[in-house]
Design a protein around this ligand. Structure first.
Ligand code: RB5
Length: 149
């Protein structure tokens, strides 16, 4: 799979760590920055990776900040994105199977790198279950047009 990867300064080290892991798992990635620990604004980087998922350039996204929260809030503003901030493997698997999440967000200041890698593995290995979950995801996506100002 081709993964859209990005972080702010608070997630930079984990993003770099995950590159090697994605390679080990046999995935490719596009790195949408940032490129150092220098302070940046997380919405810019989360939006860039999320747009690549939304456009179909990448199949899934992984976005990291200090907590995973700011980048998740941002990602969920991009049409077509269903971002899940996960700190455990079960939630990561459910986010794919039940919610058809297409962006995983992680908090570098919350997670150790070992757990973060296993969360990534769980997310990437899981598949959307469809069935009764499809109608629910459809209802989520319908809100994008229904609630437009
Ligand atoms: C940056 O200091 C921090 O606010 C950011 O990485 C993230 O945790 C925001 O949600």
């Amino acid at each position: 799979m081709k993964i859209a990867l990005s972080s702010d300064h608070g997630g930079f080290d984990l993003k770099e760590n995950l590159k090697e892991f994605l390679h080990e798992l046999g995935h490719t990635y596009v790195d949408f920055g940032c490129s150092s620990r220098e302070s940046v604004d997380y919405p810019d980087y989360s939006a860039a990776a999320s747009r690549a998922v939304s456009s179909g350039e990448c199949q899934l996204g992984i976005v990291v900040c200090g907590t995973g929260i700011g980048v998740a809030i941002t990602a969920n503003k991009i049409p077509g994105i269903r971002a899940a901030n996960c700190s455990d493997c079960f939630s990561a698997r459910m986010a794919r199977e039940h919610n058809n999440a297409n962006v995983l967000t992680l908090g570098q200041r919350v997670l150790g790198a070992g757990l973060a890698r296993e969360i990534v593995r769980s997310f990437l290995d899981a598949e959307f279950a469809g069935g009764r979950h499809q109608a629910r995801v459809d209802k989520i996506m319908a809100l994008e047009s229904a609630d437009k100002c």
